[in-house]
Design a protein around this ligand. Structure first.
Ligand SMILES: O=C(O)CCC(=O)C(=O)O
Length: 253
């Protein structure tokens, strides 16, 4: 098992995120890329519960784009219905790292494919993941793996993290808003997470993070798989949780 080193695990605990370069080689991501092209096609097969979200300016008729794929902001809940996405979510290279951070009992709680199309992909404002519909108790036993399918740079809208912000626990939206950039520039403590294709960043469920619009002609697609400890209680009404490793517990996710 490719566990994190003690130094990497300590860095994650301190900063709330960790970059793992080259976790996947680009060739091994090809089945996922092919599947994304298929699911982003206008005649894509219907997925009963996956949610597709169109870019807001396209939706509002403010922007015209060439083709359906160029209009897609994100697709969520795909792995739960698609075997290629689920194979990625279950990949042992990711699961080994998640196990180092959350312990041996892990579920997949959600997944989101962030398309961020060239020139169209919009800003994702600062937020914490866990309070946004995960209903986990405690809320902090959650980690996201964000896998770069394209090169993610400052110009095409990579993630930005506020190091250490997870230590403040769940915070309200007014606080999230205070980090929103004046004049399009993040506060000085924010760190850009530039990644080569196949590299991944792992982030804590309570870290504040955001991404800029894609101002380039290059795509910036990233696939986020959200994991929780199987020991978390589930405070929502209905949740799909899939065992990734280890045991499940009564009354828990
Ligand atoms: O990819 C993005 O632009 C946003 C990703 C994000 O917010 C997440 O992975 O939690």
């Amino acid at each position: 098992m490719a566990r994190l080193s003690a130094e990497q695990a300590e860095r994650f605990r301190r900063d709330g995120y960790l970059i793992v370069d080259g976790l996947f080689d680009t060739e091994s991501l090809e089945p996922l890329r092919r599947r994304i092209r298929r699911l982003a096609a206008p005649d894509a097969p219907a997925l009963a519960n996956a949610k597709r979200q169109v870019e807001p300016r396209v939706e509002a008729g403010e922007l015209r784009v060439a083709g359906y794929a160029a209009s897609l902001r994100k697709m969520a809940h795909v792995a739960f219905e698609d075997p290629v996405f689920m194979a990625h979510a279950r990949d042992r290279r990711i699961a080994d790292i998640i196990e180092s951070l959350l312990g041996p009992d892990i579920v997949l709680a959600q997944d989101q494919l962030f398309m961020k199309p060239p020139r169209v992909g919009s800003r994702q404002a600062f937020h914490q993941d866990s309070p946004l519909g995960f209903h986990l108790d405690p809320p902090d036993l959650m980690v996201t793996c964000w896998c770069a399918l394209d090169e993610a740079t400052i110009a095409n809208g990579c993630l930005w993290m506020i190091p250490g912000s997870h230590h403040d626990g769940v915070t309200d939206r007014e606080r999230w808003q205070r980090y929103e950039p004046a004049g399009g520039v993040e506060p000085p403590e924010a760190r850009p997470i530039e990644l080569a294709p196949g590299s991944c960043s792992f982030h804590h469920g309570l870290i504040l993070h955001a991404s800029r619009p894609n101002l380039t002609d290059r795509p910036r697609c990233g696939y986020a798989t959200h994991y929780a400890s199987a020991r978390c209680r589930f405070r929502g009404e209905r949740g799909d949780h899939v065992t990734i490793r280890g045991r499940r517990f009564p009354g828990c996710v």
